[in-house]
Ligand binder design. Structure first.
Ligand SMILES: C[S@@+](CC[C@H](N)C(=O)[O-])C[C@H]1O[C@@H](n2cnc3c(N)ncnc32)[C@H](O)[C@@H]1O
Length: 194
């Protein structure tokens, strides 16, 4: 796991980021190729801003949120007061998810995959815990465009972009349903039935 920079930690709790998440996450979710219902896993849920949007936008969803950073538990304790049994939080690493095969209908990874050491292993885990026919929604920034001092502000372990992500998802057996954007991109992929 990479430690977030002080700047990124500040940014994640700042109002510009909140505003961005407030606008962007419902847009991403509404672009899903199938209605978002059932059991949803969100990895790298961090401050909980994106989880809150998921729960607000889709009242039929039960959300399990995970983050490797123990500090995230505090934000989720507050959110649980509002959403009760619809929300569970666990401290966990996306590289080794503590869930059985085929446990979820949807998996969301919002601004997190650039933090992982080994992208194929992380994607393998996301696919493993998904039910056949289930969907993975990914949003991230093209890390090749993060240059100079921006690399210090937004450190990344993995310099991902949409092309590499779609190729790796396909290599791990998922079907790409859509891939939109190059600077800030979103991808939907399906776990096949067979
Ligand atoms: C840039 S933040 C994004 C948070 C949130 N998804 C959002 O968009 O506001 C990335 C989050 O991923 C978490 N993270 C990094 N590596 C992880 C890993 N291996 N497993 C789970 N979470 C991880 C970090 O602790 C951080 O909270």
């Amino acid at each position: 796991m990479i430690e977030l920079s002080y700047f990124e930690r500040w940014w994640l709790n700042s109002w510009p980021h909140r505003l961005h998440i407030q606008r962007y996450v419902p847009k991403l979710l509404k672009s899903s190729p199938a209605p978002i219902v059932g059991e949803v896993l969100e990895v790298g849920a961090g401050s909980g801003w994106s989880s809150r949007r998921v729960l607000e936008t889709f009242p039929q969803v039960e959300l399990t949120a995970i983050d490797v950073d123990p500090r995230a538990a505090k934000s989720f304790a507050k959110l649980k007061e509002k959403y009760g049994r619809r929300l569970k939080f666990s401290e966990a690493d996306v590289m080794h998810l503590p869930y059985d095969r085929a446990s979820f209908d949807f998996v969301l990874a919002i601004h997190v995959l650039h933090h992982v050491e080994h992208l194929p292993q992380a994607l393998r885990e996301l696919i493993r815990v998904l039910r056949p026919g289930g969907l993975i929604g990914i949003a991230d920034e093209n890390q090749h465009l993060v240059v100079g001092p921006l690399r210090w502000l937004w450190p990344a372990l993995h310099r991902i972009n949409a092309k590499e992500l779609t190729e790796t998802l396909e290599a791990e057996g998922a079907e790409i349903v859509s891939s939109v954007g190059t600077v800030h991109f979103s991808i939907w992929a399906r776990k096949p039935y067979t």
